[in-house]
Design a protein. Sequence first.
Length: 155
Amino acid sequence: MIPDAPIFEFERDFAGSLRCIPMAVRFNLDLCGVKLSLRQWSKFTRDDRAQLLSMHCATAEATDEYRQLLTSLIEAKCSEPVKLLPIEERPEWSDAQRVPASVEDYAMSLGLDPPTQSQWASLTHLQRFTLLKLVRASHDNVNFIPALREFGLLA
């Protein structure tokens, strides 16, 4: 386990070992516009993965540094071309004033009250990003309720 690593409690059992890609890394992937598969992630050393987890894309310079490191790791360890993705100019998670319909709808489909606007606004960018990822049809949604609990949105 990496001390003080930005791994949510709900993901510690599967991402804490860094065998799976933690949400904090997924967040950075979206910010830097690089696609990373689990197969590619598994080819990185534990130190590579820990470094990617510890870095933050808080500035344009940091995001460029992250993209460069990730690109070099993929090219060196995976022997395949890097796949770039478009970077959203205004991703849904960045709007603290509006709870996305997908989060509201998913919560209600489980018989739960969705986050209120003030609750949504109180979340960090990473927490909002995480909730949006956890309600996608292509994602394993079993961690939505644990995430709500961890983020203080569910008793």
